[in-house]
Write a protein that binds this ligand. Structure first.
Ligand code: NAP
Length: 498
């Protein structure tokens, strides 16, 4: 099958505004969808003129409210409008699976317009999706389309199972929202006829990105039926910089590979997704770094020492996963730069947090001979981490902050507090900086957290999370691709960081 087309959805209130949007994306999209349900009534009346005003094939859609659209009028009025407009030169018309309008269908056939026969469910993935998808595809001249809303990793796994059980004819099967996002980018890989996009800043359906992002961030037009799939699993994960880093590297090396964010609420269900997409490599982030250990057949010495894994690779579908931890090397790289080599022995370090990232940090610092104090909200987890690496623990409150004064050469913030979208939070507002500390923030989105800002304001030397992210990603890239991260791509990342 050919590559999936990029369809730009136009949902302005006037035809002129839609035409300008189409013009703004000239050369970026292969076809347009006119969402005529968004047009003002007087504009809807003239919508048949639109195909002549643009130079791409156009899909005509008047979506009902119950299917996620804006058309709230009587069904008879909608059908009459479709009948009138369909002769305007549209290439496709999107009509629903339950539409019973033989007169309209006769007119569509007479006008030589192809039907996209659609099913929408904004509430979830229907239990009977498989049988409904088969019914949708019963007329060979039509293009069946199912657009559903996975609300969990399990829903995505079910949706992919339906994809793989279907013959790979012309079809559109997609998952909306963050859980379904990979199905959009992988349209060609999954045998879908097109990928819907929206103009930047005017998202028409949940999960759509603009054509520029689809191409520049995800290399959409390079993805083929055999492209290797990599990704990052986390919750939250859609803010992750890792797709930018790895796709840039794959692109620079000309590899047939793509890297995607996978929002994962249920790891057990995710392994079915990984098999369905034949995923070969994964970055692992909050909160799964410890939970993935049970899935590993092999683990490197850092995973064994830290009990946390941030990288998984395998050589074939269903094959054993090998786990590595690149956070330790990534964490140390900016400090080595700062100290011009090894860390000074006896350095006093406070580590806030006791999750997967903290385990890597404490392991790295203890092995480098630092004196470490762990501050954590949850006492059990904090004490366990401190005991595992023979360092000290105190609570994340005023008494802990007082103890931290004796461990203040370096303060490392490893909790997820301050991470987008809740980026105004500070995990330790009572921990006062003097200006002499080196403050190291692991959160990298946003690039400056409130915690970092306090440190910058009093003149501390500050290391932001992007430095570590890039350093650990370079190691991961080597594990995924067997190649060094290309220098040109790294230079571009550095420019974006500064
Ligand atoms: P994790 O295993 O889920 O651990 C989360 C930690 O945050 C735990 O210590 C938890 O404390 C603490 N925490 C969560 N909410 C809190 C709150 N409201 N108040 C106080 N403490 C709170 O996550 P992780 O894998 O360690 O990742 C943590 C952060 O580091 C994430 O933002 C991640 O993106 C970032 N990170 C960045 C890099 C990088 O390269 N820059 C690398 C790795 C991680 P409890 O034990 O009390 O629940």
């Amino acid at each position: 099958m050919d590559r999936a087309s990029i369809c730009l959805c136009l949902a302005a209130e006037s035809l002129e505004a839609d035409r300008k949007l189409a013009e703004a994306y000239r050369g970026k999209a292969d076809l347009l969808e006119l969402r005529a349900d968004h047009l003002r009534p007087e504009e809807l009346a003239r919508a048949g003129e639109f195909p002549r005003q643009v130079d791409l094939p156009v899909i005509l859609t008047i979506r009902r409210v119950r299917d996620g659209g804006l058309f709230a009028g009587a069904e008879s009025g909608r059908i009459a409008t479709l009948e009138r407009l369909v002769v305007g030169g549209f290439r496709y018309i999107d009509i629903e699976e339950d539409l019973d309008a033989p007169g309209l269908e006769a007119r569509i056939a007479a006008a030589g317009v192809r039907i996209i026969r659609s099913l929408h469910d904004h509430g979830g993935v229907p239990a009977d999706l498989g049988s409904r998808a088969v019914r949708l595809a019963r007329r060979p001249t039509e293009i069946p389309k199912a657009a559903v809303m996975p609300k969990s990793t399990g829903d995505l796994a079910r949706l992919l199972a339906v994809f793989s059980g279907q013959p790979r004819g012309e079809r559109i099967l997609l998952g909306m929202g963050d859980y379904g996002f990979p199905t959009r980018v992988l349209a060609t890989r999954l045998g879908s006829f097109l990928c819907y996009t929206s103009p930047a800043g005017a998202v028409v359906a949940p999960g759509q990105v603009d054509p520029d992002t689809l191409e520049s961030l995800y290399r959409f037009r390079s993805i083929g039926p055999a492209t290797s799939v990599y990704g990052v699993i986390g919750n939250p994960v859609m803010h992750s910089r890792s797709p930018r880093i790895h796709n840039l590297g794959f692109g620079e090396l000309g590899r047939d590979a793509v890297y995607l964010p996978f929002l994962v609420d249920d790891l057990d269900a995710f392994w079915d997704v990984a098999d369905a997409l034949d995923i070969r490599g994964l970055s692992v982030t909050v909160p799964h770094k410890q939970a993935v250990l049970g899935r590993l057949s092999e683990a490197d010495s850092v995973v064994r020492a830290t009990g946390a894994c941030n990288t998984m690779v395998r050589e074939r579908v269903g094959g054993p996963w090998k786990g590595s931890n690149t956070d330790v090397a990534g964490f140390l790289a900016p400090l080595r730069e700062l100290f011009g080599g090894a860390l000074p022995r006896g350095l006093g370090a406070t580590v806030i947090g006791a999750g997967g990232a903290a385990r890597a940090v404490v392991h790295a610092l203890a092995a480098a001979g630092a004196r470490v104090l762990v501050l954590n909200r949850g006492e059990d987890r904090g004490r366990r981490l401190a005991a595992d690496f023979a360092v000290q623990y105190a609570s994340l409150d005023e008494s802990g902050f007082a103890e931290a004064r004796a461990f203040a050469d370096l303060v490392v913030q490893t909790t997820s507090v301050g991470m987008a979208p809740e980026s105004s939070a500070d995990p330790a507002p009572g921990l006062v900086f003097t200006g002499r500390e080196i403050v190291y923030e692991l959160v990298y989105s946003p690039p400056v957290t409130p915690f970092m800002k306090r440190a910058l304001d009093v003149g501390c030397r500050v290391v932001g999370g992007l430095r570590m992210l890039h350093a650990q990603a370079m190691e991961q890239f080597r594990l995924f691709s067997g190649a060094e991260y290309p220098a040109r791509a790294l230079a571009e990342l550095e420019r974006e960081r500064d």
